[in-house]
Design a protein around this ligand. Structure first.
Ligand code: SF4
Length: 65
C-alpha cells in the first residue's frame, strides 16, 4: 500500500497528521503534507495511513495498492 499526496489540493491544515502522526507530517514553511514513506507503508501503519486519507477534507490523499 502506498499513499500519494496531491499537493495542488493540500491546504495544509494537518488533519491527516492529527489522525496519523506516524505517517503524515506538514511542513511549517509551505504548509503542505509530507507522507513519511516514499514507497510502501509498513503493514503496521496501514490502518493509520487509511485513517489519514479519510480525514482529509480536500481529498488530497489517495491510496495506491
Ligand atoms: S488533511 Fe489533507 S489538506 Fe490537510 S494537510 Fe493533510 S493532506 Fe493536506
Amino acid at each position: 500500500m502506498k499513499v500519494v499526496a496531491d499537493l495542488d489540493k493540500c491546504q495544509g491544515h494537518g488533519l491527516c497528521r492529527m489522525s496519523a502522526p506516524d505517517v503524515y507530517d506538514v511542513t511549517v514553511d509551505e504548509g503542505q503534507v509530507i507522507v513519511k514513506f516514499d514507497g510502501e507503508i509498513p503493514a503496521e501503519l496501514e490502518d493509520a495511513a487509511a485513517l489519514g486519507v479519510d480525514s482529509c477534507p480536500e481529498i488530497a490523499l489517495t491510496i495506491e495498492d
